[in-house]
Design a protein around this ligand. Structure first.
Ligand code: SAM
Length: 302
């Protein structure tokens, strides 16, 4: 066929020709399918194919879902409420946590007086030099302590701020439950229906130290209490982490504590010698661009 002939050809066949061609094609496909399906081998291939397709489509979303979960589990939101002025922080805690009545009012209640010890101020590195170093350096208006136990370090900080003439509020976070098994170590405790009265003994120690004007507390888990402070816009100029020392607890506490650190403040913590604490401290420092300084048994971000 020469070029002229080609040009005379219609660009596509008429529609009844196209219909006829589709019909033929369809018949050929049906015949092929009949022939193929008549063989048992075809069923085996179909079975394998459907297994492979099913496996791929099922396993892929699971892999990407677990990666997504990992990211979500390891990220902490960083936005907290607008900052409450330092001078309003004590009243904010009294209002939000104690329905407007100071917990020091009328303490100790008569039913607890005979159960409390006059002298019991156990602590660990609670009078360490780091407290004086950092209080001198930062001159904090608000200190947040995550892990207080009987208040040894809190009352020590209160006496330092008083001596330095600072008007500082110290917010102590603790569930005042200690840890499983600690009751065995502390034979001096009077257990009342399963309650070791740790909260009341802490309060008694603060009264003994004449520090009720500068110490306020949040008797909850560290996560709950730090979440509350974050939501209410209560920030600390100095924040100390000294609660549980396994990696996951330390990691969560450090992340939550950082959220309520006032810009320019210092975050530090106790028990650097514990592996879980050390790992959490260095992971956090690496991810957030901090360096770690050691002062006695304490770590400090700077
Ligand atoms: C090592 S002691 C704190 C000592 C205190 N800083 C001192 O130097 O005197 C740890 C405290 O953290 C508290 N704690 C541990 N895990 C906690 C959690 N998840 N929520 C609240 N308190 C917790 C315990 O009840 C305990 O009183």
């Amino acid at each position: 066929m020469n070029i002229e002939d080609q040009e005379k050809q219609p660009s596509s066949p008429p529609s009844h020709h196209r219909y006829q061609r589709h019909q033929n094609l369809y018949k050929r496909w049906v015949a092929l399918a009949h022939k193929t399906l008549a063989k048992p081998r075809a069923y085996i291939i179909l079975l394998i194919l459907s297994f492979v397709v099913g496996y791929i489509s099922h396993s892929q979303p699971l892999i990407s879902q677990s990666a997504k979960d990992l990211i979500e589990h390891n990220s902490f939101s960083t936005r907290c409420g607008d900052p409450v002025p330092s001078s309003n922080i004590r009243q904010t805690i009294i209002d939000r946590v104690f329905s407007g009545t100071s917990p020091w009012k009328g303490f100790p209640p008569s039913h607890a007086t005979s159960l409390l010890l006059k002298e019991w101020t156990k602590g660990w590195g609670s009078n360490a030099a780091v407290f004086e170093h950092l209080i001198r350096q930062v001159q904090p208006k608000t200190i947040i302590e995550v892990g207080t136990f009987l208040g040894a370090s809190a009352t020590h900080m209160a006496s330092l701020t008083q001596k330095m003439g600072l008007d500082t509020q110290i917010l102590c976070i603790d569930d005042f439950r200690g840890w499983p098994g600690y009751y065995d170590e502390e034979k001096s405790l009077k257990m009342v229906n399963g309650d070791s009265l740790l909260l009341y003994q802490f309060m008694q120690n603060v009264v003994n130290a004449n520090a009720t004007e500068s110490i306020m507390f949040l008797p909850f888990s560290t996560g709950t209490a730090l979440g509350g402070l974050c939501e209410w816009g209560v920030y600390g100029d100095l924040v100390e982490v000294d609660a549980a020392h396994d990696f996951h607890s330390a990691w969560t506490d450090i992340n939550n504590a950082y959220k309520v650190l006032r810009p320019g403040g210092v975050l530090f913590g106790h028990d650097y010698a514990w592996v879980g604490v050390r790992e959490a401290v260095h992971l956090f420092a690496r991810l957030n661009g901090f360096r770690v300084r050691i002062d006695g048994e304490h770590w400090i971000f700077y």
